[in-house]
Design a protein around this ligand. Structure first.
Ligand SMILES: [Zn+2]
Length: 294
């Protein structure tokens, strides 16, 4: 049996340490605030009545620590480029887990089991539990489940709010792609840019090509880097469902970077466009396009 050193095990678990992302937000707080101001200075152009989007367990969301409220979410979504609002298949904000922390459960060798333990924000971390290794946010494509960002990860309220905005936007992109993970469904989504028609699948294939190429772009964020080991031509061939999931994480994080202009990365770059020019350009194509049907 191969013996794995404790430092290797801890390093694996530390990939789920959210504190560096919050420290990044704190270091670049002014840039974040500018990003939020730019996003909110766009005129509200709701393509549907977002204020009637059902929020279940809204009291839980309101009573939880730091998160985006219903008003914040409606204000943000109604200012997104129209194509994103049209592509979204979001039908429900399920806030039942808004005051809970999803804690990753690890194998003895430090790899993630793919499971979480839900812990009340008020009691997190439980005895023996690491205070900053957590997961955050979840969606099914049509439902987004906000979860808590406890103060043991980072004390600053505004930093946590800014990161919850990041998480919400990330999950919002899942509402555009998650239910369209087969090629035929993506081909049914018709778009147009500068008079040229294309499908959502045409666009998605450019991401596939980027991440299976020899000169693979670096992951847009530290979080996206968690999955980079599975983003290669071999996984694309042999485990297509793993590939589409890992690619979607790159796309969702790039979406946040495109909208806010900044996302946490290991290079400490405060400018997403400069950090990930290829990913920025791909997202810009979709952002400027028009939704036709699908
Ligand atoms: Zn995701």
């Amino acid at each position: 049996m191969k013996v794995i050193s404790q430092s290797v095990i801890e390093a694996r678990k530390d990939k789920f340490d959210l504190r560096p992302a919050l420290e990044f937000v704190a270091r670049h707080r002014a840039r974040y605030e500018a990003g939020v101001r730019a996003l909110m200075s766009v005129e509200s152009q709701p393509v549907r009545n977002w204020s009637s989007l059902p929020f279940t367990d809204i009291r839980t969301l309101e009573d939880a620590g730091v998160n985006l409220g219903q008003h914040d979410i409606v204000e943000v979504v109604s200012r997104l480029p129209e194509v994103f609002q049209n592509l979204s298949q979001l039908t429900t904000m399920d806030c039942s887990a808004a005051a809970q922390v999803p804690v990753p459960v690890f194998e003895p060798d430090g790899t993630w089991k793919g499971k979480v333990e839900m812990v009340d924000e008020d009691t997190f971390p439980l005895k023996g539990m690491h205070p900053t290794r957590i997961l955050i946010g979840r969606s099914t494509g049509s439902t987004i489940f906000p979860t808590a960002l406890p103060k043991s990860v980072y004390g600053g309220v505004r930093e946590r709010w800014l990161y919850q905005l990041h998480v919400f936007l990330h999950e919002f992109f899942h509402s555009m792609e998650y239910l369209r993970r087969d090629r035929m469904t993506r081909r049914d989504v018709q778009l147009e840019l500068d008079g040229a028609p294309f499908t959502l699948d045409d666009w998605w294939m450019r991401w596939e090509q980027a991440f299976t190429a020899k000169n693979q772009p670096k992951p847009p964020t530290r979080y996206a880097g968690l999955y980079i080991g599975d983003l290669n031509a071999e996984t694309y061939e042999k485990r297509p469902d793993v590939f589409v999931h890992t690619l979607a994480e790159q796309v969702c994080e790039s979406f946040v970077g495109y909208l806010l202009g900044i996302v946490p990365n290991d290079e400490d770059s405060p400018d997403f466009k400069a950090h990930s020019p290829q990913l920025w350009a791909l997202m810009d194509q979709l952002a400027r396009s028009t939704f036709i049907s699908g």
